[in-house]
Structure formats: structure tokens, C-alpha cells
Design a protein. Structure first.
Length: 270
């Protein structure tokens, strides 16, 4: 029975309710509740909340699962779609205890994509830098003249972004030096794609096609990839690594000088 049209509900406090292969999956408080369609008696949408009521033996109170803070339109569509997907209950069938059919386990977190991981690091560094500058401003306001807080924000505003840039870009720059010597080198063929004119393709040990982007325009390139993660790939000739080294060295020097001035601010006098 197709369930593709059933929308995914995302509620408050990181709750999530969706239909997957003949069952409802509720993620709540780090736990995954898997509710077979056979256990469901009723799905009720009420504004921005959805209530899943389970079947229960006569005289017993049914178990209820509830998700709040969802889209009102999605809630209505979800309830309607789930009801159409529920298997019919045969007339005269024995009462079923839906709660006994529910399984609960610890929710598995999906691994972050490289872009999500990069974004998480940027946010963490931004908040850390802001807190450090704010804390130093308070210290300086008591230790020296309040006007020195301007110097705190200037040096912190330069030093922390440059330091963050070095920390974020250093691993990728290091791969340009490491992979040609310690990775696996193969030939990447030009894909001849009008939509992606810089696209090259190479194969990993499992026979999967991998992508690499380069603006050289050559018909083929030698690339080196990480044996443990074939998606990490650089040109085997290391092109661009010296430029990376110069830029990162310059940024490191600026970051060090600015942060040293930042840390020395409480000991300065106007």
C-alpha cells in the first residue's frame, strides 16, 4: 500500500512523526517509537497537534501518542492520509492491544553531511568568539579605562575570525599535501557534461563512480583520494597547495598578533 503522500510532521522539542513501510515512527526525547498500522485505532488532527490513539481491549483505556507544534495543514493531511492507509479491521475480529505491538528503542542519529558539519563548527566558533569578546569587555571595564573596550572589539573582531578561518580551512589544505603521498592515486576522466563543465569522474575500490571538480579543462587528471573516505580527493600534482600554505600562514600571523593584543588589553592603560 503506497504511503508516499503521507507528510512528515516536525513538532516542538525535536519531535518527529512519519510513516515508514506500514508503521508510524515517532521520535521523541531521544527515543524511537515504532507503531504498526495494525495497532492504530484513530489519528486525530486538532489545529497544530496530532494524536495517535491505539487499539485497546474492551474496557481498557487506549494508549495515546501526541505531537504538538506541527503545521496545521500538514496535521490535517497526515491524519487523512494515515486513515486511508490503515488496514481494515475485519468484522468480529478479536480485540487487539495496540500498546503491546509498539516497539521502543534509542533513536539513531543520522550522520551530519560535510556541509552540516562545517556549519556546526562555524556556529560554535562564532558563539565562542562572541562570548570571549563580551567577557574580556567586562574585565577591561573594571581593570582599565572603559574606552579600552573599543580596542577589545577591534582586536577580537580581527583575531577570532582569522583564527576560525585557519582552523576551518587547515584540514582541507593539509589534504593537498597528505593524500598525494599517502592516498590512492587514480585517473579521473572528464565527464563532458554541458551542465557541469568542470566535472570529472573516478572510481573507488568498490567500483562506485566518484566526482571531482577542476577548471583545468584537461581530458583526464590524476587524483589522489583517502582510502578510508574515497570522497576526500585532491589533484595528485598538489596544485594550489603552496598558495594555500601562504594564505594560511598569513592568516595565522594576523590571528596570533591580534589575539595577543586582545589578551594584553587588561594590562594596558590609556
Amino acid at each position: 500500500m503506497p504511503i508516499t503522500p503521507i507528510p512528515v510532521l516536525r513538532g516542538g522539542k525535536r519531535t518527529d512523526l512519519r510513516a515508514v513501510e506500514g508503521e508510524l515512527v515517532l521520535l521523541r526525547a531521544g527515543r524511537e517509537h515504532r507503531i504498526p498500522f495494525e495497532a492504530v485505532a484513530l489519528v486525530h488532527a486538532e489545529r497544530r497537534a496530532v494524536e495517535v490513539r491505539l487499539r485497546a481491549p474492551d474496557g481498557s483505556a487506549p494508549a495515546v501518542y501526541r505531537i504538538e507544534g506541527v503545521s496545521a495543514a500538514a496535521a490535517t493531511a497526515f491524519a487523512r492520509a494515515v486513515h486511508s492507509a490503515l488496514p481494515p479491521i475485519p468484522e468480529g475480529a478479536a480485540a487487539v492491544d495496540g500498546a503491546a505491538l509498539v516497539t521502543v528503542r534509542a533513536a539513531e542519529r543520522e550522520p551530519l553531511t560535510p556541509r552540516e558539519e562545517f556549519g556546526r563548527r562555524v556556529k560554535w566558533m562564532a558563539w565562542t568568539s562572541l562570548l570571549a569578546v563580551a567577557a574580556m569587555s567586562v574585565i577591561v571595564s573594571f581593570a582599565t579605562h572603559p574606552v579600552m573596550m573599543v580596542f577589545v572589539w577591534l582586536t577580537g573582531g580581527v583575531g577570532f575570525p582569522f583564527a576560525a578561518a585557519v582552523l576551518l580551512l587547515l584540514p582541507k589544505a593539509a589534504e593537498r599535501w597528505r593524500l598525494p603521498r599517502h592516498g590512492i592515486t587514480v585517473t579521473a576522466e572528464y565527464a563532458h557534461s554541458a551542465a557541469e563543465p568542470t566535472l570529472y569522474l573516478y572510481g573507488d575500490p568498490e567500483g562506485n563512480a566518484r566526482t571531482f571538480y577542476d577548471a583545468s579543462g584537461r581530458l583526464r587528471l590524476e587524483v589522489s583520494y583517502d582510502p578510508g573516505d574515497p570522497g576526500r580527493v585532491v589533484r595528485a600534482d598538489g596544485k594550489g597547495r603552496w598558495l594555500d600554505a601562504i594564505l594560511l600562514s598569513s592568516a595565522s600571523l594576523i590571528a596570533v598578533l591580534a589575539l595577543l593584543a586582545f589578551l594584553a588589553t587588561p594590562f594596558m592603560s590609556v
